[in-house]
Write a protein that binds this ligand. Sequence first.
Ligand code: 3HC
Length: 694
Amino acid sequence: MTIETRKLDNGLLLIVAENPPVNAINAAIRQGLVGAIEQANGSDDVVAIVLSCKGRTFFAGADIKEFGNARKEGPTLHEVCQKIAHSTKPVVAALHGTVLGGGLEIALACHGRVAVEGTTCGLPESQLGLIPGAGGTNRLARLIGPKKALEFVVSGKQIGAARAEKLGVLDEVVAQNEVAAAISCALRMAQRGRFKSWSDDFPADFVVSTFEDFARKLTQKMANQDAPAACVRSVQRAMTMPFEEAIAADREEFARLSAGNQSLALRHAFFAERAAAKPKGFDIPGPVKSISKVTVIGAGTMGTGIAMSFTAGGIPATLIDTTQEALDRGLDRVRNLLATSARRGSISEEQAEQRLALLQWSRDIEQASDADLVIEAVYEDLAIKQDIITRLDALCDQSALIATNTSAIDIDLIAKDVRNRDRFVGLHFFAPANVMRLVEVVLGKETSAETIAASLWIAKKIGKVPVLSGNCDGFIGNRMVAKRGAQVDRLLLEGALPQDVDESLKCFGFPMGPLAINDMSGLDVGYAIRKRRGTPFPIADAVVEHGRLGQKTGAGYYRYEDGNRTPLPDPEIENLIASVSNAHGITRRTFSPDEMVARMIYPLVNEGARILEEGIALRASDIDAVWLNGYGFPRWRGGPMFHADSVGLSDLTKTLRDLARLTGDNSLTPAPLLNRLVADEMTFTDLDKENAEK
Ligand code: 3HC
């Protein structure tokens, strides 16, 4: 970490900060900045100041690792911002990269902001369960008005430089050399002698009731979370209280939120996702194999979604299928999805065209021969997959990676005839693959560390969250979800209704309930798997046997009206469920939402513990990354394993033991690892730490 100061002949002091990789603002940076501003203010030779950073970005925020440390060193970020704002010489920020959180707060405290094209700005604190803690909301609301400021802080999204300039967050955007432009700007300000960019004046037209209506609509889907409501309060204070008082209240709120469970969980999620991309034992010396051309075999829903993920990441992809009809359907799907994204504004028309231009298609599998990575994404049938993978092995360059996108089949079986199995890997994408961020990177018996490193690298490059998984039935996520499925069926059998089950998990924070999801995916696939394995689910099987296959037949656990995908409770299904319970001699009873949640979440944790014991997952936090990015687990609860730590492993284990006894279901018997952690008074987080230190 360094803070360099350079005095130029024209009286400008250039401050250059460096703290790789993202210039996170830690105690030393804060101390250095205060020192540099004081030095400039105390020197008659200095007329203006420019603040810049070395490396790939301006400050990308406060150092998250420092949060939660009881002892804070040196000046606070608020004090740094105040020092800058009250500088007697104008301070201009020269911005590049990702100007985020505390980084943007520092920039906002400056008297001017100049950015180079390509810079993005954001206040992502709400994504960490926080509000901007150093006056960011107050300065922003005064600068761009309360509604725009509220949207900005609640969403936590990054915006591009052009939009930030239009909003008034930036003063100037230049094509290159932002430092030179910032220097000119600072010197102009010094000459004019006026350099205030925000003020204590409140906009005259601030109407509390209109703002509250707007805020209610904006945050209505986030009722479970603390941070959005705190952002609303913060903007409201910015509009109604003197600056210093509003900031003091923000700082109290920030301290309260950062000590709370939701922020702890969200910070855990942040680090879990990054740790998952770096599995211990798979770091290879030297650069990873570069991947610049990808081929996807199979133009179905999965294949097109996977190809779209690569083109979205700027990587050319070729889709291959055997019939022109399948290719046409796949391409129509891609075009429609891109057009919808452009219409909704999530990408521009230009981006949609660029992505389409990166996509090629062919009926000839030979076209895969020059790809660096080929992913097979055809129907889940072992013989078909084996055939394709064996052909790819023969025709692709020996250095190319070959991957299967199976969600359930043993990947070593798929590769049994492959000659060079060290370059063979499972890449399990989640539907819809163009949206879902999770990719399970599945390790075959002979997959090399180089192949894993390249797979993790490419997945991260296209914006996915890769998690290494051992090769077992269902890998990490689906193996766990099967345990939840069994409990859902039992709950229905013992007295709950589909809408009760779904509602309890929605209240817990999942975006959809498991039964509505099953209806959406189609109930016949699971039915076929259960028949094959000989594991009956009495209710689920009866639903399918009554011809209710989910949304596609207009009825499943719910009924659906024509052209409408809203699940509607159905008295017919309630009768059917009651009759199956009756046939099993079960007296139906009611369940509290908490009991249902425990019955569905604790078995996940139990299976997660077994997965850890077997080494299928390397860390508990990897399991959390899987559930946060592939299964809609509420992020502010941190994932199933982090949630288990918050509940307390001792209580959770006792509940599992009681449930196993009550239901006679041995799969609910606590995993040995859970018993060991309880006996050692440890959490899953402690276990991860212990393993990291080994
Ligand atoms: N604090 C500490 N470490 C951070 C960090 C931060 N704010 N931001 C990133 N890092 C670390 C990551 O953990 C990672 O470490 P690792 O190499 O050991 O795994 C490394 O920097 C690189 O990060 P990424 O892998 O995420 O790199 P990318 O290039 O993909 O993304 C980024 C860069 C967009 C800056 C992304 O890291 C990011 O979004 N960071 C968080 C930004 C943020 O939330 N800032 C607000 C912090 S809260 C705050 O400022 C409070 C204030 O109001 C008081």
